[in-house]
Write a protein that binds this ligand. Structure first.
Ligand code: ADP
Length: 738
């Protein structure tokens, strides 16, 4: 800052000005005061001297004799003495012969003395040529009164005043100089403190709130101000921290919401959008929407109508709700409420978008199902009723014809029975009413039994039936009746949809050690060389009543529920279903079922990573929360490592504290206590060296979130994704071990 603008300069100049004014005032004022004091002192002195003089002067004396006596007395007193008669005639004078002096009757001091006993006057004396002080007193000691006038030149006093002024000036200049130095020092100190306050305010303006910026020195007002600023900074910092925590909470809520959330103001401008809303309206994660209307942001004509309706409605009383169809067959239900301040003034609206596409789909499925069931039931019933009525009203004469009719009625009633059985099975499976048995089963036995059932049927149709069962097949675990039903449905389809001359084969082998699959699982496949299924139909085959060729299926006695039942049985066993088919070439339906080994209780679980141990730490956290109490849980990386802070954070979001977990190396693990090892690294499980012997092994290949690309938010998202996958796997693992 230039010096001339500084506080020090301003204070110094101000002080100098004051000093100069003071000097000028004292210079001018002191002369008058001294003169007044001096003259009043002389007047008092003259009054006393006049009394003495009156006693010394004989009233008889006049003329030269009086002049002489006057001169003697005046010399001793150091004054001029004049004796004046009441008529103004000068009777005697100490300096001039009284006979030559003019009448003094008009002199102001004489007139004043005659009137009041004493008189005084200061005036320029033409006789002596400078200013004189005259003091006249009426002397009534003699027979006739006379006036004694003492006078003294005031020239001396001017000299006294001059030298006194010089002394005052020198004294004041010295004092002012010292004062100026003090003023400079004081203003410099003040300037420094004010400058520090300016620094402080700049820091606050830039958003940093320094702690204890001002030291506590002294008790003055500035210190008080500084301490208040210190306190203010701490309070603001705390408030900002609180606001940030609140914001983080709101952000977390918005992030965790599965609904899309949009906040608009009263003009329809977007104020806030959560990630799900961005996804719903295909907005990039970093796309800015500030100042844009919601219609521009959503770019959907339905949204334009919706916002108009929301803005027009009084959502304060009741919640606005509407279902809207978006592109690509998506449906959303929009609920809107108005946002108001404390005085009930509208601020905007909160719009919550629920994706109800699945609900809508299920509604359609349900409606289709009811229509399908009615139709499927009515078809055989109509046939049965028709034939029975014919038999009752017009019984055919030919008994063979009657037999034919009855055979048709029988066939349709069988179909009706099958349909009802399948519907009941399906409903039981879907509602979870069926309690699955958990028995160890040899897949080979199961396959052979089913083969027995279909052997004749296949050979009658001219379809070759075979099986191929791996000799080293692990035992599977499950409900034997349900699994048999599953195989019957698959083989029934294969035989049904394979023409004479074709082949049906059941294979069983140990499952590949594929991604996510467990060691010990068994894959059973039913392979045929039948008519095959067009690719477009494949995804819908497991829907109830879905059939590629309805007429053909019915003709072949199908209910359209076989694969739906298969899907549910597979799901209930925690397995996987895969349908591969090529039209005119054949179909392969494979089912992977968990091996018995996965069903054994794990009392000691070790989660293992080759790289960063954060995945095993998260798995340990979830296992501790979910697994039975007696389960011993360990987690390790191949090397000991610090727990990643983001792993701690995302687990905290899931309500689990892993901050106290320790991450040890594999070497430190009590291997004898471990009977299940779960590897979680993205690399092949084999890259984990020295796995504990005699343990079963699961592999959950998950990416390492610590090496995720992107900014902090994206890395955090990667952690959350891995956390959620781990949670699903752990839940699955321990729901298998009730
Ligand atoms: P359905 O009782 O009609 O066989 P499913 O649910 O078992 O009902 O099968 C659904 C549809 O899938 C069948 O209608 C048929 O069109 C097709 N499908 C199932 N298995 C095969 C197969 N092995 N070969 C060709 N098509 C098949």
């Amino acid at each position: 800052m230039p010096w001339k603008h500084s506080l020090v300069a301003k204070f110094s100049l101000f002080y100098t000005g004051i000093v100069l004014l003071l000097l000028a005032a004292s210079f001018l004022y002191s002369g008058g005061v001294v003169k007044r004091l001096y003259t009043s002192f002389l007047q008092k002195k003259f009054q006393q001297e006049a009394k003495i003089v009156s006693r010394l002067l004989s009233s008889q004396l006049e003329g030269e004799a009086l002049d002489k006596l006057c001169r003697l007395i005046a010399t001793d007193l150091g004054v001029r003495l004049t004796v004046i008669a009441p008529d103004g005639k000068v009777l005697g004078d100490s300096e001039e012969p009284s006979s030559t002096m003019e009448n003094h009757g008009t002199r102001p001091e004489v007139l004043e003395a005659l009137a009041g006993g004493t008189g005084e006057s200061i005036r320029y004396s033409t006789t002596v040529g400078y200013e004189m002080l005259y003091q006249a007193i009426v002397d009534r000691a003699g027979p006739s009164p006379r006036i004694l006038r003492l006078s003294v030149p005031l020239g001396d006093i001017e000299e006294v005043i001059g030298s006194m002024r010089r002394a005052i000036l020198v004294g004041l200049v010295l004092i002012s100089a010292v004062g100026l130095v003090f003023a400079y020092l004081f203003s410099r100190r003040l300037g420094q403190r004010v400058g520090r306050m300016a620094d402080f305010s700049q820091k606050v303006a830039l958003g940093s709130f320094p702690q204890n910026f001002f030291p506590r020195k002294g008790e003055d007002e500035l210190t008080l101000l500084e301490q208040n600023l210190n306190e203010m900074s701490v309070k603001i910092r705390e408030k900002i921290k609180e606001i940030l925590v609140e914001k983080e909470k709101v952000d977390s809520i918005l992030r965790c919401m599965i609904e899309g959330l949009v906040v608009i103001d009263t003009r329809g401008t977007v104020v806030l959008l959560n990630d799900n809303a961005r996804q719903m309206f295909h907005l990039a994660a970093n796309q800015s929407f500030s100042g844009a209307s919601f219609m521009e942001v959503s770019r959907h004509p339905e949204m334009k109508k919706l916002v108009e309706e929301v803005l027009a409605c009084d959502c304060s009383r009741e919640c606005f709700s509407k279902e809207v169809s978006l592109d690509e067959g998506r449906w959303v239900r929009v609920n809107a409420v108005s946002l108001r301040d404390g005085d009930e003034h509208p601020l905007g609206y909160i719009l919550v978008f629920h994706d109800i596409t699945e609900i809508k789909r299920l509604e359609t499925v349900r409606a289709d199902f009811v229509a399908n069931v009615s139709h499927e039931l009515r078809t055989p019933l109509t046939a049965i009723r028709g034939y029975v009525e014919t038999l009752l009203r017009n019984p055919p004469a030919d008994p063979e014809e009657s037999q034919n009719f009855l055979a048709i009625v029988h066939r349709h009633s069988e179909r009706l029975g099958r349909l009802i059985d399948d519907l009941l099975t399906l409903s039981d499976l879907e509602s979870g009413k069926i309690q699955l048995a958990r028995e160890e089963i040899e897949a080979g036995d199961l396959i052979r039994r089913v083969e027995e059932i279909f052997k004749d049927q296949a050979s009658k149709k001219g379809v070759a039936f075979s099986h191929q069962i791996d000799p080293e097949l692990p035992t599977i675990v499950g409900d034997p009746d349900r699994l048999q039903q599953l195989l019957i449905n698959l083989v029934d389809n294969a035989v049904k949809y394979t023409a004479a001359g074709g082949q049906v084969k059941i294979t069983a082998r140990a499952s590949d050690h594929t991604r996510g699959a467990e060691r010990g699982a068994v894959q059973v496949a039913v392979v045929d060389t039948g008519c095959g299924i067009p690719a477009k139909d494949l995804p819908r085959l497991t829907e109830r009543f879905y059939r590629v060729d309805k007429a053909r299926s019915r003709e072949l006695g199908g209910t359209g529920l076989g694969l739906a039942i298969v899907k549910h049985i597979v799901q209930a066993h925690g397995g996987q279903l895969k349908i591969e088919s090529k039209p005119q070439q054949g179909t392969t339906v494979s089912v992977t079922l968990p091996g018995a080994i996965a069903d054994k209780k794990a009392n000691g679980v070790l989660f293992l990573c080759t790289a960063n141990s954060c995945r095993s730490q998260m798995a340990e956290g979830f296992t501790r929360a979910i697994a039975p109490k007696e389960t011993r849980v360990f987690s390790a990386g191949t090397e000991p490592k610090e727990i990643h802070p983001l792993a701690v954070k995302v687990m905290e979001e899931a309500g689990i504290d892993i901050s106290n977990q320790t991450s040890k190396g594999l070497q430190a693990m009590p291997l004898e206590q471990i009977d299940l090892v779960v590897t979680l690294c993205g690399e092949a499980a084999e890259s984990c060296p020295t796995l504990p012997p005699n343990t079963r092994h699961l592999h959950w290949p998950l990416p390492d979130p610590t090496i995720a690309q992107g900014d902090e938010r994206e890395v955090l998202e990667a952690f959350r994704k891995v956390r959620d996958e781990i949670r699903t796997q752990v839940e699955k693992l321990f729901s298998l071990n009730p």
